[in-house]
Design a protein around this ligand. Structure first.
Ligand SMILES: Cc1cc2nc3c(=O)[nH]c(=O)nc-3n(C[C@H](O)[C@H](O)[C@H](O)COP(=O)(O)O)c2cc1C
Ligand SMILES: CCCCCCC(=O)C(=O)O
Length: 328
């Protein structure tokens, strides 16, 4: 195999990864919902925020470490956002990510919809010394979600992340044109042997993915669901997908341990504000009572600085990790 050219920026990785991804996977990873306004805005809103640099502040020694959750320090404020189906990017999929998380001492949030089971990811995390959080989707059959919570606990995850922006699946046009379905050699590894294991084939103007979500995922997700989850676990519960201060206050009054400001990388509701634009409202409402992170459109070190300068505890990145996986 020819060695990759010098890869310096995330854009270099994005471009280079394209050659290793089949169209179906590339479109699934890159897509936003509908006309992809929010997808673009997440990135461009960072460009409208400019830095006013300080001077004569010694940078001979710099410490970028931060307390991610009480008592849990990380060396720099970047975590790995949950992304589904990582084996479409590279053979080892989520196992490569967990190794990367350990090497960079970053926290990996595992998707409910991984192509490696949470047990196998947990085993690898112990070997390489990575910290895992687990992201939850709530199934119509609550027993499926409850079982997943307990399996994640046994696998050693340190927090649960409830994604609250996906009661239904956003319409991603490319996935609909491609009739996106998970390639037949891959599976929802957390549901092996269950009816939730396979995605139907696409057809009738719908992706197989859309059919799977409408048949399995509970669209009645609300604050009661969060309370129900809290009765099932003692782990910290973080909500991902809050975009407003009033919802952040509701999250606080429902006892959450942290908030990730997110619009799902522009993949759910189009015509939304960018996450970096939503961040100040959420931070004001929370007023430092719990940690607030953000994700969406982070594409360089200055973007991280901007989010942290506004008051975020740190950022999570989604697509850039997939580009890295597909480049390896
Ligand atoms: C291909 C792909 C799959 C994703 N899968 C999940 C998922 O399983 N669970 C989840 O909560 N978010 C998922 N997300 C959303 C990410 O966690 C994150 O919010 C988003 O990617 C951040 O935007 P960025 O890609 O610009 O960094 C996914 C995003 C992408 C691009
Ligand atoms: C209930 C919606 C599930 C979406 C799962 C994967 C994902 O988050 C994404 O493709 O985006």
């Amino acid at each position: 195999m020819t060695p990759p050219p010098t890869l310096l920026t995330l854009e270099d990785y994005r471009k280079y990864s394209e050659r290793n991804l089949v169209k179906l996977a590339r479109d699934y990873y890159e897509s936003g919902a509908e006309q992809e306004e929010t997808l673009r805005r997440n990135v461009s809103a960072f460009d409208r925020l400019l830095i006013r640099p300080r001077c004569l502040r010694s940078v001979a020694k710099i410490d970028t470490s931060v307390e991610w959750l009480p008592g849990k320090k990380v060396p720099f404020p970047v975590g790995i956002a949950p992304t589904a189906f990582q084996k479409m990017a590279t053979k080892d999929g989520e196992l490569s990510t967990v190794r990367g998380a350990a090497a960079s001492k970053s926290i990996m949030i595992c998707s409910s919809w991984s192509t490696t089971s949470i047990e196998d990811i947990g085993k690898e995390a112990k070997i390489v010394g990575a910290v895992l959080w687990f992201q939850l989707y709530v199934y119509k059959d609550r027993k499926v979600t409850e079982e997943l919570i307990h399996r994640a606990e046994r696998a050693g995850v340190e927090a649960l992340v409830l994604t609250v922006d996906t009661p239904v699946l956003g319409r991603r046009m490319k996935d609909t044109y491609n009739k996106f379905s998970l390639p037949s050699h891959l599976k929802f590894a957390n549901f092996e042997g269950n009816t939730q294991e396979k995605m139907p084939e696409g057809g009738k103007g719908e992706s197989g993915f859309m059919q799977y979500v409408s048949s399995q995922i509970d669209p009645s997700l609300d604050w009661n669901t969060l309370q129900w989850i809290r009765t099932k676990t003692k782990l910290p519960v973080i909500v991902k997908g809050v975009m407003r201060g009033d919802d952040a206050l509701l999250a606080l009054s429902n006892g959450v341990d942290g908030i990730i400001v997110s619009n799902h990388g522009g993949r759910q509701m189009d015509s939304c504000i960018a996450t970096i634009e939503a961040l100040p409202d959420v931070l004001r409402a929370v007023d430092k009572r719990i940690p607030v992170w953000m994700d969406g459109g982070v594409r360089n070190g200055r973007d991280i600085l901007k989010a942290v300068a506004l008051g975020a505890r740190g950022v999570f990145v989604g697509r850039p990790v997939l580009w890295g996986l597909a480049t390896a």
